[in-house]
Design a protein around this ligand. Structure first.
Ligand SMILES: [Zn+2]
Length: 116
């Protein structure tokens, strides 16, 4: 089903990924240490209400598990996308956990040694 206008919910910045306050590096690895965990988090950040097609706004979709990364195909217009399509994550070969670590460290500079 398409309502004929672009679905704004589909245009989501990846900065929606947020880590809980005071999260330790250990907890980060525990929760976002694998590609699958990171993908699930990005999926939630991108489509909080569930998948919607970036092209036609339809929620009807198939999930393709052919590659390492989960691919979504719209049932209405057959457009294929993934949680990282159109983001900086897509243009790199770095594993997602590495990106999550980078975001974590950017947000919370790693302090080595004693607090001065
Ligand atoms: Zn579509």
């Amino acid at each position: 089903m398409s309502l004929g206008f672009p679905n704004q919910e589909c245009v989501v910045a990846m900065n929606r990924v947020q880590f809980q306050k005071g999260m330790s590096l250990f907890e980060l690895f525990e929760q976002f240490g694998t590609e699958a965990q990171c993908q699930a988090a990005l999926e939630q950040a991108r489509w909080p209400q569930g998948f919607c097609c970036p092209r036609c706004g339809s929620a009807a979709h198939y999930v393709l598990h052919g590659s390492v990364r989960k691919t979504f195909q719209c049932k209405d217009c057959r457009h294929q996308t993934s949680v990282i399509a159109g983001t900086l994550f897509e243009s790199t070969k770095l594993p997602l956990p590495v990106w999550f670590l980078a975001i974590y460290l950017q947000d919370r500079p790693l302090r080595l040694g004693a607090d001065a």
